[in-house]
Structures are given as structure tokens and as C-alpha cells.
Design a protein around this ligand. Structure first.
Ligand code: DX5
Ligand code: ZN
Length: 227
């Protein structure tokens, strides 16, 4: 379903199911949604762009009714080569917003317009070492920009602090209607700083699903984001 424009301006916690227990994925997603989460972050890895493999559209499709049925949406993060080849499959499976990496795509304009033509929100993601100049060109076309604060591939890594500096700068350079998603190493100690710098879609994988009670942890992190 298309994401309403105000949602890109709001501050949201996006639990990443990468760190969930996949044997009870539906229950874990329901727990965080019951805690007030509206956006679920889904990490797609191909073993080429990043040294890890995760899930494909089938898993997304299986949890889509649960999330959409509770008025939630998915932000799908493609860490794959040739993202343009797979965008339609993920939107068809339930992706509401799709990001792909600037480092993995030679045709930014084309891929952004393809995602939008399919009715989903379009985002471009940046690795920690990639300068923001690579996406400034498309800031008026995208719905969100994703700043990686770890090297993509795995959950549970320590935040690369200098990568966080890009968040403030990108926020200043980007229209207000565009969300800045921040992904990697976010936890209770740094989540407030991420928000203060201008990150408004904040991903947390291990911090949420590594906790004994993911629902309670999501609530706690959301409170820290909105003091
Ligand atoms: C990493 C993924 C992240 C990951 C974040 O490549 O893009 O979304 O799930 O996990 P944490 O929050 O544990 O760093
Ligand atoms: Zn991610």
C-alpha cells in the first residue's frame, strides 16, 4: 500500500526482523506492532553485495497480511546487486517502501522511478564509507534516504560513529518531506543522538529482537526517541 506522505516526516522506530527468531517470526512481529511500531524493516541480502544471505519475497509475502492488517508497513532494504531486477517481486510481495544501495546501482534515476511506478516509496541507501554527494543529486526524487552506520551484512555490529555525522548533513541538504533512515548499531545509548541529528526512521535489530521482551524493548526505545 502507498505510504501516506506524513509518515516520511514522522519519527519511527523500525525493528529489523534480521535479528528475530524466524521460528516464531509472526509472533515476534505481532509483539512489536502491539507495542506501537508502525514500520517493519526487512533486510534482503544476496551473498554478493554483502557477504551474507537472508530471505526473499516469499517470507515477506507470508507476514504481509499480519503487518498490513494492523495498519503497518514494510521498509525493505535491498542489499543486493542489480536491485532493479528484484524491485517488482518485492513490491508484489508486500513492500511499501524499498531502498537499494547507491553502490550497487548504475542507474539511480531509472530504479527510483521504477519503484515509484510500482506504487512504493523509493529510497537510496549509503554505506558508511560512501559520501553523501552520491545521493544529493536525487534528493528531490526519493521518499527516503538510508544512512548505514555499520557495514551492511550482519546485525549486532557496533555503530561506526563517523558515519553518523552524515545524518545531520544529509538532513540539512534534503527536503523536509524526505525521511532519513538510519541503520546499524542503534541501541538505548545512542538512539536519542540519532534522532537529534535528524534521523527520523531509526532501525534497531539486535537491540529489539535480542531483548528478552522485544515488545517492551521497542516501547522503551520509542520513549527515548520522544522524550
Ligand atoms: C545490517 C542491516 C541492518 C541490521 C541492523 O546490514 O541492514 O538492518 O538488521 O541490525 P542492528 O540494529 O543489530 O545493528
Ligand atoms: Zn537494514
Amino acid at each position: 500500500m502507498p505510504i501516506a506522505a506524513p509518515m516520511y516526516k514522522e519519527t519511527h522506530l523500525l525493528p529489523s526482523i534480521l535479528s528475530a527468531d524466524f521460528s516464531e517470526l509472526a509472533e515476534q512481529v505481532a509483539l512489536v506492532m502491539d507495542a506501537g511500531v508502525r514500520i517493519i524493516h526487512v533486510d534482503i541480502m544476496d551473498g554478493h553485495f554483502v557477504p551474507n544471505l537472508t530471505i526473499g519475497p516469499a517470507v515477506l509475502r507470508s507476514i504481509a497480511p499480519l503487518v498490513h492488517g494492523r495498519n503497518g508497513v514494510f521498509s525493505v532494504h535491498l542489499m543486493i546487486e542489480n536491485p532493479e531486477k528484484y524491485v517488482a517481486a518485492f513490491v508484489e510481495a508486500g513492500a511499501d517502501a524499498v531502498s537499494f544501495h547507491v553502490e550497487a546501482c548504475n542507474h539511480l534515476y531509472h530504479t527510483i522511478s521504477e519503484i515509484k511506478a510500482l506504487g512504493a516509496g523509493a529510497g537510496v541507501a549509503l554505506n558508511p564509507g560512501t559520501p553523501i554527494s552520491t545521493v544529493v543529486e536525487v534528493r528531490d526524487l526519493v521518499d527516503f534516504l538510508l544512512v548505514m552506520t555499520v557495514n551492511p551484512g550482519f546485525g549486532g555490529q557496533k555503530m561506526i560513529e563517523p558515519a553518523l555525522d552524515k545524518v545531520g548533513e544529509l538532513r540539512r541538504l534534503t527536503p523536509e518531506r524526505v525521511a532519513i533512515e538510519v541503520d546499524g548499531g542503534v541501541h538505548e545509548e545512542n538512539i536519542r543522538r540519532v534522532v537529534d541529528l535528524g534521523g527520523n526512521w531509526v532501525v534497531a535489530g539486535s537491540a529489539v529482537f535480542g531483548a528478552p521482551d522485544p515488545g517492551a524493548e521497542a516501547r522503551r526505545l520509542m520513549k527515548l526517541m520522544h522524550p
